[in-house]
Design a protein around this ligand. Structure first.
Ligand SMILES: Nc1ncnc2c1ncn2[C@@H]1O[C@H](COP(=O)(O)OP(=O)(O)O)[C@@H](O)[C@H]1O
Ligand SMILES: [Mg+2]
Length: 319
């Protein structure tokens, strides 16, 4: 096994609260990231993802626990660590007054790279980000997806060993997300270590080799997307709608003696019933043919990380 590039052990970030015990935004996270791995933190708003990323990025100090980035302690080696990381923060912080190319150039200079190298890097990264035609456009004139790609390009100026991406596609439309995923996938193929946070289960499934599911500053589960689904959910999910007022009553019946197999799990959401089962069509046939119940809509799908999260926390990833 190669040396991990990130090691966190019982990592804690506490924020003081007046007249009360400290609030633990990060409450004892332990994980390791291997070189070349694409590692994710999946969790809802407020889970502590950004706080963790800031500690990894050596811009926020930890309260307790151990943290090592590229073998270095961020408490002692902040500048060295920052010079070897690429960072894509949750909020874009590009310079709106400058054009796209200048943003890359200036950032390279900030890392102390010679002007000629910066110019070459800027052009190379504009091509990578598919922004060559926008090189001279002021950042303020770029779309959300373009700004995000430019921020990623900027994060690559110093040829980082690790790229940190905090919610890379939040707020983007589906088309812009796919363009971005494609770029991130290329980085992954080139062997760049990616650490990303997201509250989108499809993003985690697409991009992460391995991930931790985080809620309220704690790890709920860890594994590959496939292993998490295998461990914490069924193969298929049947979604049925009987109308807002009828769902609870129907769910009781499904759980009852003539209901579904005892291996199937029934979960009621405000607008629909989820049935966790190995064979969705078979469960549907039982509901319609044996029980004589007729859902307004029905859908059979594979289990996703969203289902894993629901199982582990009783809540949805996106509130
Ligand atoms: N500077 C701060 N002071 C106090 N509380 C904070 C601060 N930053 C974040 N928090 C709180 O810590 C928790 C985790 O925040 P954050 O790491 O931003 O979550 P996420 O990125 O997963 O949405 C939230 O409840 C947030 O309100
Ligand atoms: Mg965040």
């Amino acid at each position: 096994m190669p040396e991990p590039v990130i090691v966190a052990e019982n990592l804690v970030k506490a924020y003081p609260v007046k007249g009360k015990p400290d609030f633990l935004a990060v409450d004892g996270l332990s994980f390791e990231v291997a070189p070349g791995e694409s590692f994710g933190l999946l969790g809802p708003n407020g889970a502590g993802k950004s706080t963790t990323m800031k500690m990894i990025g050596a811009v926020s100090t930890r309260t307790r626990g151990e943290l090592s980035i590229l073998g270095l302690d961020p408490d002692r080696y902040g500048p060295e660590i920052r010079s070897r990381l690429g960072v894509v923060p949750q909020q874009d912080n590009l310079d709106g007054e400058l054009n796209a190319r200048e943003n890359l150039y200036i950032y390279g200079r900030y890392f102390g790279l010679p002007g000629k190298v910066c110019a070459q890097k800027a052009d190379e990264l504009l091509a990578f980000a598919q922004l060559e035609e926008k090189a001279k456009s002021k950042v303020d004139q770029l779309s959300g997806g373009m700004k995000r790609r430019l921020t990623i390009a900027r994060g690559l100026v110093n040829d980082p060993r690790i790229l940190l991406l905090d919610e890379p596609t939040t707020g983007l439309d589906p088309q812009a997300r796919h363009v971005l995923w494609d770029r991130l996938f290329r980085l992954k193929e080139r062997g760049t270590t990616l650490v990303l946070t997201t509250h989108y289960m499809d993003e985690a499934e697409q991009l992460c080799d391995r991930l931790i599911v985080v809620d309220k500053g704690r790890i709920m589960a860890e594994g590959t997307p496939a292993s998490l689904i295998r461990e914490h959910s069924s193969r298929e999910v049947l979604e049925v709608r009987f109308g807002s007022d009828a769902n609870v009553g129907v769910a009781d019946r499904l759980r009852g003696p003539d209901g579904l197999s005892s291996h199937d799990r029934v979960e009621v959401l405000p607008d629909r019933i989820l049935i966790y089962t190995e064979d969705g069509e078979k469960a549907l046939a039982h509901i319609v043919e044996t029980l004589g119940l007729h859902p307004m809509t029905s859908l059979v799908r594979r289990s996703s990380l969203e289902d894993v999260f629901l199982r582990l926390t009783g809540r949805s990833l996106i509130e």
